[in-house]
Design a protein around this ligand. Structure first.
Ligand code: PBG
Ligand code: ZN
Length: 323
């Protein structure tokens, strides 16, 4: 008689179940994004992202401290400037919103501070690069990314994360950092960033929706997987220290492929729309929010992400303190 293979033996006892669990989400690998708005002094709720606010520069320190207290040690900053123009001038102003925030945060906290680097929050047209006759010019944009990177570096940022999907952006930024005495600032590259419907709540939060057209001329087409591997390969050659796949949940296959093929740390961005979907269902009582947060972050980890950028970071950390 054939023996039944008793898979359930390792499932029945909770301690044993946990002992043989293959992937766990560590608090140390989570990064909490923050939206810092230069022109406000009170928090402003982001309607499409319940639980996430736009905060002022002075409040950023308090917010960072409470995230730190929950057990999260890194934040990713997005700035919303008071003035926008064609060339994102406020992004490379040494007194800009990110620069002032980074200086304060580095002085007052011991967190790892990462700055997203793009133009779309700073341009009047909402695109991620320099525009001429409705075209986004790649190489002219690189020169501006270099200026922004240097200004962020001067403010004392710990890591830079270029998200504009211009060709050669990692190389351009790496070179200008190296040439100006910032050899040790790592670059976390948004390597495989897809043109996704899931960024809509972010664009409300950062007031960065494109005024015309969309981003399909520079962000990746979601029908493609091999192209993501080329993007990652190029970014590593150009000097990326960490590569990123974004979004995360609809792109777990990409995370897995990247993790299997390359030997650099892989980050996954669990984006605004992924957050909002969960929150909307939770508010309606349709799902168990805590169970879903655990399951979704674990799935990103299981796919192979070393780091996860997620709006759930602080909430997840607080859930774990409660346990
Ligand atoms: C800027 C940027 C975006 C996100 C991160 N950096 C928006 C976009 O590309 O329109 C999206 C993050 C999110 O949805 O949470 N280029
Ligand atoms: Zn952008």
């Amino acid at each position: 008689m054939e023996l039944i293979t008793r898979m359930r033996r390792l499932r029945e006892n909770k301690i044993l179940r946990e002992m043989v669990s293959e992937s766990d989400v560590k608090l140390k690998s989570l990064i909490q994004p923050l939206f810092i708005d230069e022109s406000i002094d009170k928090r402003i709720r982001i309607e499409s992202m319940p639980g996430i606010d736009r905060i002022s520069i002075s409040e950023a320190v308090k917010e960072a401290e409470s995230i730190r207290k929950a057990g999260i040690s890194s934040i990713l900053l997005f700035g919303i400037p008071a003035h926008k123009d064609e060339l994102a001038g406020s992004a490379w102003n040494d007194e800009g919103v990110i620069q002032r925030s980074v200086k304060l945060l580095k002085k007052e906290t011991d967190m790892l501070i990462i700055s997203d680097l793009c133009m779309c929050e700073y341009t009047s047209h909402g695109h991620c690069g320099v525009i001429k006759n409705s075209a986004i010019l790649n190489d002219e944009t690189l020169a501006i990314y270099q200026k922004i990177a240097l200004s962020y570096a001067r403010s004392g940022v710990d890591m830079i994360a270029p998200s504009g999907m211009m060709d050669g952006q990692v190389k351009a930024i790496r070179e200008s950092l190296d040439d100006n005495g910032f050899k040790n600032i790592p670059i976390m590259a948004y390597s495989a960033k897809y043109e996704s419907s899931l960024y809509a709540p972010f664009r409300e939060a950062a007031e960065s929706a494109p005024a015309f057209g969309d981003r399909s001329g520079y962000q990746m087409n979601y029908h493609n997987a091999k192209e993501a591997l080329r993007e990652v390969e190029l970014d590593i050659k150009e000097g990326a220290d960490i590569v990123m796949v974004k979004p995360a949940l609809f792109y777990l296959d990409i995370i897995k492929m990247v993790k299997e093929r390359f030997n650099v740390p892989v980050a996954a961005y669990n984006v605004s729309g992924e957050y909002s979907l969960v929150k909307a269902a939770a508010i309606n009582g349709w799902i168990d929010e805590k169970r879903m947060i655990n399951e979704l972050l674990t799935s990103i980890k299981r796919a192979g992400a070393d780091l996860i950028i997620t709006y759930f970071a602080k909430q997840f950390a607080e859930m774990h303190i409660e346990q």
